[in-house]
Ligand binder design. Structure first.
Ligand SMILES: [Zn+2]
Length: 250
């Protein structure tokens, strides 16, 4: 089993306004020596490692994928320590991705429900593929809404990743039908009880709109991306435009 360091999924990312990931001032701060505190944090971390796998009662629906190995592919050369940490984190997650892909149905969802509460599909300006810095295209849709607006899963699935703010934007990735990965990012916060591996349905709140990461300084919005594997490589991250599949919730 692959384990995950505690720092990839510790609690403070779920707390509004505590985005640097450090325990808040005064937390067990009444004269406790540093070493025992560090041990306590390690022990708490160890108890949560198993949660990076799908929850045990999620049935294996595509057994041929369970033992699949995601190839490393072309790992870009890290330009700084943050990138290096991000690439290492992706490599760790890649080892558990097949377990998630094996536990979702064969068919991708035919419709995706609007993830941002109160927003209508007709209000979304299509920016999929629009030019972005560094020669890249925009590989999702930006759904603008006030800070703190609830974000619900667009389709049922398994929470694959909850990304720590220390490595960029606060993000949640859900593996949905057909192994499509639904990526929700620039979140302001995620619910206290959201866990990697857990099942969500299309009514589950998985986060709150913000502008974390490289969206800081821009109007608050949810960046919603959908990525699919290919026949040859189920672990691939091929961006798909979610807009044609989006429907209003009511
Ligand atoms: Zn975007």
């Amino acid at each position: 089993m692959t384990v995950m360091p505690r720092h990839d999924r510790r609690g403070p990312v779920r707390v509004r306004g505590d985005g640097d990931g450090r325990p808040r001032q005064g937390w067990l701060g009444f004269g406790m020596p540093r070493l025992p505190l560090a041990l306590l944090v390690l022990l708490l971390g160890a108890s949560s490692w198993a949660q990076t796998l799908p929850e045990p009662d999620a049935p294996v629906l595509r057994p041929h994928l369970e033992a699949h190995v995601c190839e490393a592919g072309d790992v870009p050369v890290a330009r700084n320590a943050a990138e290096e940490a991000r690439f290492a984190m992706r490599a760790r997650y890649r080892t558990v991705l097949p377990a998630f892909l094996a536990r979702v149905g064969e068919e991708p969802d035919a419709v995706l429900r609007m993830p941002v509460e109160g927003l209508r599909v007709a209000q979304v300006a299509d920016t999929f593929g629009a030019p972005r810095g560094g020669g890249r295209g925009h590989d999702g849709q930006d759904l603008f809404a006030p800070r703190g607006t609830p974000v619900r899963a667009a389709a049922p699935g398994l929470v694959y990743r909850i990304d720590d703010l220390s490595l960029g934007a606060l993000s949640v990735t859900v593996v949905a039908g057909g192994g499509h990965r639904h990526f929700y990012t620039h979140l302001d916060a995620v619910p206290d009880d959201l866990r990697e591996g857990q099942r969500v349905d299309a009514s589950s709140v998985i986060g709150f709109v913000g502008n974390s990461g490289n969206a800081a300084g821009t109007p608050t919005h949810l960046h919603f991306g959908v990525y699919a594997g290919t026949d040859e490589n189920p672990c691939a991250w091929e961006p798909l435009d979610p807009l044609p599949l989006l429907v209003d919730r009511d």
